[in-house]
Write a protein that binds this ligand. Sequence first.
Ligand code: GRG
Length: 299
Amino acid sequence: MHSSLKSYLSAHRKTVDSAIGKFLPAARVRPATVHEAMRYSMFAGGKRLRPILTLAAAEACGGEIEPALPSAAAVECIHTYSLIHDDLPCMDDDDVRRGMPTSHVKFGEGVAVLAGDALLTIAFKILAKTVPIAKSRYTVADFVADLADTAGSRKLIGGQILDLEGEGENVKLTPAQLRYIHESKTAALLSCSVRLGGMAANATPKKLEALSEFGHSVGLAFQVIDDILDVTQTSEKLGKSAGKDEASDKSTYPAMFGLEKSRKEAARLTTKALKALKPFGKKGERLEQIGHYLLDRDY
Ligand code: GRG
C-alpha cells in the first residue's frame, strides 16, 4: 500500500465513524432494541470503503469533506442494510459478518429485518441533511434521487433478485447475467458513492461522468476480487464465511473462468477505472491509490 494511503484511510475512517455515530439514534433511545441492532452492525468493523470513496471523490473535485459527510454516512447505511438482509436465512444464510455474529444470530430474524429496514430509511433522512455548497448546480433532490435509484429495483434489489434466481443446482448463469449481477449489486453503489462525493463538491458534468465510470469499473473489479478472496482466504481473515460460493455451487468469476483469468479481469477493470480519472490530473491521485489498493487487498 502507498505509504501515505494508510494514514489517509485511517483518518477518513475515523471521520466517517464519528459522523455516523452522530447521525444514528443513540442505542438507548426507545425502542432501544432496533437502535442497538442498527449500531451493532454499523460499528462491527467494516472497511468503510464506500464512504471513504465519497470523501476522496469530493477532494478530487477540489471540494472539502464536510459537505460530503451526509452522503458518506448514507452510502454506508445502505451498504450495511444490504449486508444484514443478505445474511438472513432466506437469502445467503450467513452466521458471521465483519468478524462478528450476524444481526439475526445476535438479535433474531425479526429484529435483523427491521434493523436493515431502519438503516435503509435513515440513509435518506441523513442524505436529506446535505447542504449543497453555494451556487451548486446540484440540489438535495439530485442526491436523494441518485441514491434511491441505486438502492432500488433496477440496481441493488435487481442484482439481488437475479442472484437469488441464479441459485439452485440446475441453474447456470451466463457470463452476461453474472456481469449484470455484479453491476447491479456491487458496482452501482460504489459508483453512486463517488458520484455523491462529486456532487457535494459541485463537480462539472464531465467530472461527474468520469467519477461514475471510475466507480463502475472499480466496483466490478471489487466484486471479482471479492469472489477470488472467497476461494483463497480464510474466514478469520475475511471476517465472513470463506469458501461458501464453491460449497453452494454459486456462479462466480473464479468458478466460470478460473483464478488466473479472474485476476487478469480484475486488473483490466482497474486499469479502465484509472483511465477514467484523467480529467482530475494530480487531484485524482488519491482515488488512483485507492483503486490500486482495492485490487491488491487481501480481505
Ligand atoms: C434487499 C436482501 C437485500 C439486499 C440488498 C446489495 C444487496 C441487495 C445485497 C448484496 C450484499 C452483498 C453481499 C453485496 C456484495 C458486495 C460486497 C462484496 C460486499 C462486501 O463489501 P466490503 O468488503 O464489506 O466493503 P465491509 O464489511 O468491509 O463493509
